[in-house]
Design a protein around this ligand. Structure first.
Ligand SMILES: [Zn+2]
Length: 89
C-alpha cells in the first residue's frame, strides 16, 4: 500500500457524510463510506454485522465493533486537528 506518511490524509480526502445533526444543525463531517453519502454512524452498510447473531443484541449501537469504531474516529479527529494546527503555522 502506498503511503505518504500521513495516516489521516486518506480519511481526510474522503467525501464527507451528508447527515445533519438535529440538535446543532451541523454536518456530521465524518468520512462517508465508499459508495454511500453517509458515514457508518448514519446508516451506511446498515442492516448487517456480527452483532445480530448475539442474543444480547438490542439496537446495534453498543457492540464492541461500534465502540472501537467510535474510539478510532475520535482519535482520527484529534490527530487531524493536531496536524492542521501544525500545518497552519
Ligand atoms: Zn455521519
Amino acid at each position: 500500500m502506498k503511503s505518504d506518511g500521513n495516516p489521516v490524509s486518506k480519511a481526510h480526502a474522503a467525501p464527507r457524510c451528508t447527515a445533519k445533526s438535529k440538535r446543532t444543525g451541523e454536518r456530521c463531517k465524518g468520512p462517508a463510506v465508499k459508495g454511500w453519502t453517509v458515514c457508518r454512524f448514519h446508516g451506511a452498510r446498515g442492516g448487517h454485522g456480527p452483532g445480530k447473531a448475539n442474543p444480547a443484541y438490542k439496537h446495534g449501537m453498543r457492540t464492541r465493533e461500534w465502540e472501537e469504531m467510535r474510539k478510532a474516529i475520535n482519535d482520527l479527529v484529534r490527530m487531524k486537528k493536531d496536524i492542521e494546527e501544525l500545518i497552519s503555522e
